[in-house]
Design a protein around this ligand. Sequence first.
Ligand code: ADP
Ligand code: MG
Length: 249
Amino acid sequence: MTAGLRVVEPTPVLRVRDLVKEYGEGDARVRALRGVSLDVQQGDYVAIMGASGSGKSTLMNILGCLDVPTSGTYLIDGADVGRLDERQLAILRNRRVGFVFQSFNLIPRMSALANVELPLVYGGVPQAERRARALAALEQVGLSDRVHHEPNQLSGGQQQRVAVARALVTAPALLLADEPTGNLDTASTHDVLQILDRLSESGRTIVCITHEDDVAAHAKRVVRLVDGEIVEDRRQAPVDGPPPRTAAG
Ligand code: ADP
Ligand code: MG
């Protein structure tokens, strides 16, 4: 810390600088990200769009600390991820980031409740508190009447709502979703998007990958990737929402 310096802007939840990711070597080398820079402030709801192969999942996996960049830096909640040791990284991943995947990624033969409790088990939260927080998270996604169901006893939409509850239960600074409605029918897509809308209204910070305009229409801001580069970054009026503020932020 530099003494006497006061930061005027609040610390962004996400600060990404010149992120590069290369896969493979020599002739097989693929540059999946070619210098991506991006700030996301608390409470923002960002849709990251782009064609298949444009680098969306690569970016998401790095932001979620599931993969490491070839070069560049990024800060989550002020923590410089590249400088963390394994233990600090595990804590950051567990507590500060919630992940929702296209394919739900629930653990089979475990109840919805047990699935949602799992991040708290890893986080060392005592059992009674774990239970209470998992039940509250399931209530938030409208699944109080399904807490003892296992994934194969739930519809796709319900499974994804369990996954959202699991992502939320640690009260993360950032919710990351990679094509969260990609495997869902229209009605379930609507349910999940409504939940994300409500979370956004309550101040959550959301970054959602999608290639569908209907999904991106729910976000406050749309970032477009082409071949691993940001080519567009704009604010928009959310669905049924107030008009956008200026693009300055
Ligand atoms: P998107 O999610 O936008 O479809 P990805 O991030 O999955 O794009 O992929 C971006 C580029 O990186 C693609 O050209 C893809 O083939 C390549 N790629 C992704 N993952 C790997 C990997 N593990 N090994 C090699 N190339 C990869
Ligand atoms: Mg992808």
